[in-house]
Ligand binder design. Structure first.
Ligand code: PXL
Length: 279
């Protein structure tokens, strides 16, 4: 029997509000992959609440990672999610150089902003470093805002499909072999663009089932990264992730769960495990 695939996961650990590690690890496990967290910061809750406690772990990470080196740990995949500062990017780059083997896949969610604006922790220097990380990545998961900042395209809410494909092709030239762009709105539908090097472009279109919630991007990248490690076609993983999130957002809405509480995904996990069993 084949060994369970392992994925190192850089993200913060937010104790309340369903985002980053708290949502990535359960879906990675449901996809049949072992997630090994590298917490970049510990927060009481995500930043969408009026108040939070945060402990930045940049100073702790070198010893944490050195211990993994001493133990000769090996990973089939590396998923890079929320990073708090430029210094953490240097640590990530060093991690990729040290742990990448011939078959190791690197997945980058370039968490920098949303709705046309950068998060307060990100500035132009951060964007520039993120562009550097693209060159080390196999698959990237920018939302529309992040794709604009990475390609230096002025943000607009509306782009034609042709313009979006051009943006994805520009991102492919920066290093990755697959770009999965999310957060593209077409009326009552949400679209994802899947653009792989030397392949046709695909669109995954789902009817919106509720308002946008924190943590959806973290669920999305974790499911697709784990699907890729499980040898699923990227297009079918993107469809799976989009459908999983559509169902969980619908459930959250039906339960009248406040937006700040994130996506009620727990009772939909069996949807992911079933898809795995169907293989
Ligand atoms: O889901 C992205 C995310 C990650 N980490 C923290 C956040 C958020 C979104 O609000 O606050 C700390």
């Amino acid at each position: 029997m084949r060994e369970t695939k392992k994925m190192a996961v850089f993200h913060d650990l937010s104790g309340y509000g369903r985002c980053s590690l708290a949502v990535a690890l359960p879906v990675i496990a449901a996809m049949g992959v072992q997630g090994c967290p590298i917490p970049t910061a510990v927060l009481s809750n995500h930043l969408g609440f009026p108040e939070w406690y945060m402990k930045d772990l940049t100073q702790e990470l070198p010893s944490y990672i050195q211990t993994w080196k001493n133990l000769h740990l090996e990973f089939d995949g590396i998923l890079i999610g929320y990073l708090g500062n430029v210094a953490q990017m240097d640590l990530v780059r060093d991690f990729v150089h040290s742990f990448r083997r011939e078959k190791t896949k690197v997945y980058l969610d370039p968490v920098m902003g949303d709705h046309g604006r950068l998060y307060s922790s990100c500035n132009e220097a951060f964007c520039e470093e993120m562009r550097e990380l693209l060159s080390l990545s196999d698959t990237i998961f920018p939302n529309l805002t992040e794709a604009c900042f990475l390609t230096r395209t002025p943000y607009r809410e509306k782009f034609s499909r042709k313009e979006l494909v051009q943006m994805a092709e520009e991102l492919l030239k920066m290093g990755p072999s697959c770009v999965v762009m999310s957060g593209i709105e077409e009326g009552n539908f949400l679209c994802n663009l899947v653009c792989e090097r030397n392949s046709t472009v695909h669109w995954v279109k789902k009817k919106k089932s509720g308002q946008n919630r924190p943590g959806t991007g973290d669920l999305f990248s974790a499911i697709i990264a784990a699907g890729n490690l499980m040898n699923q076609e990227n297009l079918s993983s993107v469809s799976l992730a989009a459908e999983f999130i559509r169902r969980a957002v619908k459930r959250s809405q039906e339960q009248n769960t406040a937006l700040v509480e994130g996506v009620c995904f727990e009772k939909e996990l069996s949807f992911l495990t079933r898809s795995l069993l169907a293989k």
